[in-house]
Write a protein that binds this ligand. Structure first.
Ligand code: AHG
Ligand code: MN
Ligand code: MN
Length: 336
């Protein structure tokens, strides 16, 4: 049973038995993610200081070039998970191909693969606005003991065993699901401990916020244009409020707490939208569904899409169930 204010460490131990095939591996994986997130959080918090303490392009004390934060976050997550030999493979938005992790003493014995967007919304760093990390976990489908293959990563979202995000906001939160609801933990930076602050997070059935980059309006499909007009109409509880941070993690996080819909549609400029199915949409869809919400590409369930490539993009409609269903209705009536 989730108890408010219990630590993430206590929560993981108490809930371990609830996992199918529990061997502690998934718990250790979540543990590594919380550790990597703390390291990244520390660096993100210093973002504005970089220009003060040293010009970009300078080398640090270890003689390493100062790096862009998304490269830094990518390396930290990969290092943390590789050193602990917890997963057998990692695919990242920042890497062209997946990484195989052999393990020092136990050749390819781990059963999970991890997919991630190490730093989401990175353009917001320069303006001191929240960014995040998104992760998604699957059981490998190829035999244990052999190197992972692409097949292990190209699984539909409905096969995820865990997914979550970290939001580096006014406070830092880790929000995740293992298929038993969604729980949110807030980091106390003074002692480096996460506490359960948001047990059993839920999308309200409907909401009053719509989040979309309306600057692209002229390029949107007719169904999306019609839905936006619906959101703006003077009716009952409308017009809705428009809120768009431009950092998926923060936009979804806010909408889950307040009720709303997030849309990144296809457009005449990008035929599949912008967001990546494996690193962004599937994990967010798993969380949304576990929180009573819904995620679709406008026509079908995100998590039922069979991925064809690692960096595949997909249109994304995610949030309060009734709002996503309404948007789908508009898409159906004007599919092009
Ligand atoms: P990333 O920083 O990982 O490339 O992701 C940015 C994404 C997502 O976070 C956000 O919702 C979207 O880009 C915003 O895109 P637009 O600027 O086109 O609205
Ligand atoms: Mn992203
Ligand atoms: Mn990113």
């Amino acid at each position: 049973m989730a108890r408010k204010n219990q630590t993430l460490g206590e929560f993981i131990i108490e809930n371990q038995e609830a996992f199918p095939y529990s061997s502690g591996e998934l718990s250790r994986l979540i543990n590594s993610i919380r550790l990597a997130a703390k390291v990244v959080n520390h660096e993100v918090n210093k973002a504005g200081l970089v220009d003060i303490t040293g010009a970009v392009g300078e080398t640090n004390i270890q003689g390493e070039e100062q790096q862009k934060l998304d490269v830094y976050a990518n390396e930290k997550f990969i290092q943390t998970l590789t050193n602990r030999e917890i997963v057998c493979g990692i695919a990242s938005e920042e890497n062209d191909d997946f990484i195989t992790i052999q393990g020092q003493n136990k050749d390819h014995q781990n059963k999970y693969v991890l997919l991630m967007d190490p730093l989401d919304g990175s353009s917001n760093i320069d303006v001191n606005v929240s960014v995040g990390t998104i992760f998604s976990v699957y059981r490998r489908v190829t035999p244990i003991g052999t190197p992972v293959t692409k097949e292990d990563f190209l699984q539909p979202g409905n096969k995820q065993v865990a997914a979550g995000y970290v939001v580096y906001g006014t406070s830092t939160m880790l929000v995740y699901t293992t298929g038993h609801g969604v729980n949110g933990f807030t980091l106390n930076p003074a002692i480096g401990t996460y506490y359960l602050s948001h047990p059993n997070m839920q999308f309200s059935e409907t909401g009053r916020i719509y989040s979309i980059n309306e600057g692209n309006y002229n390029h949107f499909p007719q169904g999306v244009k019609d839905y936006i007009k619906y959101c703006q109409a003077e009716e009952e509880d409308r017009p809705y409020t428009s809120r768009y941070i431009g950092s998926l993690v923060s936009d979804i996080h806010r909408n889950m707490i307040k009720g709303g819909i997030y849309i990144y549609p296809k457009s005449s400029k990008s035929s599949n939208g912008k967001l990546r199915l494996l690193y962004e949409c599937n994990p967010m869809a798993f969380i949304a569904e576990q929180a009573g919400g819904k995620a679709s590409d406008g026509f079908q369930r995100i998590m039922d899409i069979k991925p064809k490539e690692l960096h595949q993009r997909v249109p994304f409609f995610c949030g309060s169930k009734k709002m996503v269903e309404k948007a789908e209705e508009f898409m159906k009536n004007a599919p092009e």
